[in-house]
Design a protein around this ligand. Sequence first.
Ligand code: FNR
Length: 198
Amino acid sequence: KNTRLLVFAGSAREHSFNRRLARVAAGLGRDLGAEVTLLELADYDIPMYHADLEARGTPADVLRLKEAMDAHPGWIVCTPEYNGSYTGLLKNTLDWASSPVAGHPVWSDGSRPFSGKVVGMLSASNGALGGLRAQSHLAPLLVNLGCWLAPRSHALSRAASAFDDQGGLVDPAQQAAVRAVVEQVLWAAGRLHAPSAS
Ligand code: FNR
């Protein structure tokens, strides 16, 4: 059975570099035989988290998001860099996704749907570092939640000139670097989530 890969970007901007990079990663995942879901955070109506809101009931779109996350053993997260870190959109989304759903048969524990997921990090920025500092903040959050981070990640610098008209990456070396991350995620997710032999 093909490994299921979830790909999403921490930006809702229409011409987001990270959404474009997410599309590249999704295409590579399909080329590598994965069953890919490209998720758009812009399609989820998720308010800014606070505990009183949560106490009134987890929003339907948070449940929808948790379902999508739960159904995929491998994830690729493409983060923009805002002020040296990842975006508020991503933080809010991950905070909601990690908050326990009281009385729910599987989501009453906040580590679900994160625990055991294999996650590859990508970032894109028009700057020289390609959003690398955003990844350095995102990594501990994911690890705290029980994700297995792929050893490889990739930061796409000079993003404004990195894509061609078809949405592909101009530089084959950049393409190969993204592919290497996707490959590691699929490799590890396929093994960690292989059906047990017993
Ligand atoms: C930025 N940007 C930015 N870029 C960067 O490389 N390092 C940084 O620290 C910041 N800081 C920052 C703060 C704020 C508040 C904004 C709005 C922007 C620029 C940012 O990388 C750029 O807007 C990207 O285009 C955002 O990613 P998407 O939406 O294109 O995926």
